[in-house]
Design a protein around this ligand. Structure first.
Ligand code: EPU
Length: 435
């Protein structure tokens, strides 16, 4: 395996022993600038492997998952540098084909190098992603899609080993038991850009991050149509040029900040937040009596009293995003009335229920639904976030709980939020990081 380096990437501070001390917050006021979307940046970084020309990607968030993806690219022999949200990737004639266990086990999204490596190098070895705290996360749809283009796979010593001698376009169905798959759509779309002939992806994921990837690929010379809808058509080309792309603002960070304002009240302007990416979230917050106003390049969020209870079902885009389910549950925990939250993307993504209940919430689980009886107030407690979004939900809960909440699992926050706690402090929250 070759290894090459670019300029050093500044490390991300938190270690597992760090905690946040969160005290009750007054209303949040001011403006926050939304960072680039982690879930758009990761597959777009993998897309840089499709060419030997250098690429520049802007508005890349400085989060641990991005740093892990940089390490994967470097392991493959690609030179990468990253500063101030600007990522420069110079693949040259990289020869690596393997994403090793220690990196893949840190971040499941590593699997999105599979498509680019197969189509470019004819070979890919990616450690088989294991179990995950938010429930089972198989990769059968990724493999099915790439097989339809002519790749063959074996599982060897914990690795998915893929080979392909020239991929050919084909018809690919990506519907699974829980809807389409975002990263499987990304993998097949990337592989298809350099495959011979036309690929039609049916039941493609419609998420804005898939659309952003398609726009980046089109900028590299790919021929793609239909992105954002359930059928994507890709006509293979013989080569792609380097990318110059700016990542979309993070809709999940936007939604998390909107929910924070709904929890403690206030008047927030979220610069960069895009209403068209947040339709279902805006709709549900409006139903909860949060006032959301669309400005030119921002959203303004105003909340003055406890939210009304609402019923929510998470679904693939344009449905309510699973990545905001935990935060919304924290909000509904202090809602007026009984809310029902049904999880249709990851039916086991409920680890935060027990922790919210430790703070005085009244939540019971029934299968893939949570019944949330709103309480007048939460009470601060030591709690542990089990994953990125669960940690965010507990941070928000701590802001509207009496006394002090001590949150562990803070390292998860840095996987996907560039500076959530700093942003909240600037807007008026009382949060302190301690080791
Ligand atoms: N699924 C399969 N087979 C597959 C792939 C997925 O059955 O081969 C199932 C999953 O188990 C799940 C559903 O399909 O039940 C949807 O999973 P999907 O593949 O769409 O998830 P992903 O692409 O691996 C991305 C985000 C997740 C986000 C999901 C759903 C990235 C890097 N990750 O994951 O983000 O929850 O889409 O929107 O884009 C997060 O940011 O906290 C996060 C977990």
């Amino acid at each position: 395996m070759t290894r090459s380096s670019g300029s050093p990437v500044s490390p991300i501070a938190p270690v597992a022993s760090e905690r946040l001390l969160i005290r009750p917050s007054g209303p949040l006021r001011g403006t926050a600038v939304v960072n680039g979307a982690k879930n758009a940046a990761l597959p777009i970084m993998a897309a840089c492997l499709l060419t030997d020309e250098p690429s520049i990607i802007e508005r890349v968030p400085h989060v641990t998952d991005v740093v892990t993806m940089i390490e994967i690219l470097r392991q493959l022999g690609v030179s990468v540098s990253f500063a101030d949200g600007r990522l420069s990737v110079a693949p040259g004639r990289y020869t690596g084909t393997a994403a090793p266990y220690d990196l893949v086990s840190r971040m499941r999204a590593s699997v999105c190098v599979l498509g680019p490596l197969l189509t470019r190098q004819g070979k890919a070895q990616v450690s088989m992603p294991g179990g995950c705290v938010i429930g089972p996360r198989p990769i059968d749809l990724h493999l099915k899609g790439l097989q339809a283009l002519g790749a063959a796979f074996t599982i060897e010593h914990g690795y998915v080993v893929g080979t392909a001698s020239g991929l050919r376009g084909g018809r690919v169905q990506l519907g699974g038991a829980f809807g389409s798959s975002v990263l499987a759509t990304a993998n097949v779309m990337m592989a298809a850009t350099l495959a011979e002939g036309v690929t039609t992806i049916e039941q493609a994921a419609c998420e804005p991050e898939v659309v952003d990837l398609a726009h980046c690929l089109i900028g590299m010379g790919a021929r793609i149509e239909g992105q954002g809808g359930p059928v994507i058509r890709v006509e293979g080309v013989s080569r792609l040029r380097g990318a110059h792309h700016r990542i979309i603002p993070d809709r999940i960070e936007s939604g998390t900040l909107m929910i924070a304002a709904a929890m403690v009240g206030g008047d927030l302007t979220l610069e960069g937040a895009r209403a068209e990416h947040l339709g279902a979230v805006i709709d549900k917050l409006a139903e909860a009596e949060v006032v959301i106003e669309k400005l030119d390049s921002a959203l303004r969020v105003r909340a003055a009293h406890p939210p009304r209870a609402v019923e929510i079902t998470t679904l693939p885009f344009p449905g309510f995003p699973t990545d905001l389910q935990a935060q919304m549950m924290a909000l509904m925990a202090v809602g007026r009335g009984v809310s029902v939250l049904t999880e249709k993307v990851y039916p086991e993504r409920f680890m935060h229920i027990g922790e919210l209940n430790r703070m005085g919430a009244a939540i019971t689980r029934e299968g893939s639904s949570a019944i949330v009886k709103g309480v007048e107030r939460l009470s601060g407690a030591p709690v542990n976030g089990s994953d990125l979004r669960a940690s965010a939900a507990l941070l928000l809960a701590g802001m509207c709980a009496e006394n002090q909440t001590e949150l562990t699992g803070v390292e998860h926050l840095k996987r996907g939020y560039q500076n959530l706690e700093e942003q909240l402090v600037r807007l008026g929250a009382d949060i302190q990081r301690i080791s």
